[in-house]
Unconditional design. Sequence first.
Length: 609
Amino acid sequence: MCGIIAITTSMKKPVSKMITTGLKRLEYRGYDSVGISLIHDGKIHTLKDKGQIDLVEKKLDLRSLKGTTGIGHTRWATHGPPNKENAHPHADCTGNITVVHNGIIENYLDLKQYLLKKGHKFSSETDTEVIAHLVEEELKQSDTSMKVIHAFKRVITKIEGTYAITLLHTAEPETIFLAKKDSPLVIGVQDDIKFAASDIPAFLEYTKKVIALNNGEIATITPKTVYIEKNGFKIQPKTFTVTWTVESAQKSGYPHFMLKEIHEQPISLRNTMTINSKKIEQASQMILNAKKIVFLACGTSYYAGLSGFHQFQRILKNKPVYSVIASEYQLYSHLFDKGTLIIAVSQSGETLDVMKAVSYARKQGSDLISIANVIDSSIPRLSQLSLYTKAGPEIGVAATKTHTAQVLLLARIILQLEFETGIIDVNKFDDYKKQLSEETPRVVRTIINQNEFKAKRLASIIADKQHSYFLARGKSMPVALEGALKLKEISYIHAEAFPAGESKHGPIAIVEKDFPVIMIAPNDWTANKILGNAEEMRARGAYIISITERDHPIIKRSDYSFIIPKAFSSLIEPITYVVPLQMIAYYTSVYKGLDPDKPKNLAKTVTVE
Ligand code: AGP
């Protein structure tokens, strides 16, 4: 997820200041590099560098750029490390075209090969740069009469994936070319000035009149005009007026970043599944060649790894697989030697406990695969293979979309292992790959839509409680552990997760009337056992909350149930079952008048021991 802004005006004042300010309003969308391009005297002038906007603005004096038409970008790296070369905007070979983009071009490698064969020279590792060269190539191949808009439209038909694009061409110095698919792109309108941006905060202080572009729409803006079309047909722009403050607009109208990020999960899951298959195949080979596997992580990321651990044990049968909390690594130092493969899971890629553990393991000769959300962060830099979730920046301290993205990325690796070990054939493999990337986002969207109001209502019932239990069996335990952590860390209600069968070995002693017990209950081999655990809790007066599926017998014995659609594969249950728990924790925190984005005593990245 990146932040883009574009401005064109007939007012004789440089837009560099407005672009820079707009990028600051979008910094929560990405902050590892920044750049702007303006057209002045028929030429494109671009300044860009690695680093956050304040740093780059001072270092390059961004506001010094002249010109009344320009584009800007603050990056969250998905392709290519965060450095100056990969910072947007990106130009074509002639320098007459410049482009910024938010999203992921899934077929960029094929397009890049085609362009390289045509003699184009690239200066970055990004997917975005192909857009500029494609427009250049279209214009080069056509007769001189082709207008930029026609070349632009032809290019859009060639790119696959998600995108919000703004592009400039010196041939039309007052025009900005726009295209949108899945990534957000809105237009701000005011007399003599037009804006385009990833999000309304970028221009909210200049205008509250907004046009939201829809998927498949292509548009142009000039100081006086807005033109939109779809499939060649002109679209009448629909303007609406926002009443948000800048701060609420940065949350796209959500009251908190955490709720926004819970709702972003369908797109973050879809983007994560655009990972290059070659990297998954490489991971699978490293796993199959390793003598033993050790998952290493902390907190929510540890629970994602635990889901992978259970599945690895099922598939790799005779290969020893371990799951170690990174701060406890000394207890397992005997595991780290040559032939051991570490799988480190860390959204920030900077957690010191994980850094110390993986540094030690590497010194002992272990190999390292990292799963991170921040490209080129410290832990990936120690890895032989870095696999990236593409969840975009996560501002809420409590991990939500990065967690489910980690689980889905592990599920994709597990699927590769099932195929390569002959558990599934190529047809099932192809079908499940498609389901992982297309069905999972759809199911999560359904779960959010069908259960959000129930989570909100349940919050009012449990908000005054001091204690709670999260029970599960078998491979659902990581979900119970994550659900308990979520409730603890943002609503401050003590929550303990343990295998349901353990209740009678002690924990049930504290259960009394209305004691909330959340039970993770997929309708599988555990169904009757988890039902029995619910009965023993009910017998002590517990308030039973089940996260379950239609037809599960626990529903009749629950005081409150969330019904989860039957997943096409148990590989995604750690995703589908955790989403209601994220919402329960969020709404309980809000009901108690707390700030779920900034829980006390916690930091988003834990760089202390
Ligand atoms: C997330 O909700 C927690 N705040 C925390 O446990 C976090 O998952 C843990 O600190 C690990 O962070 P990482 O994924 O950046 O390594």
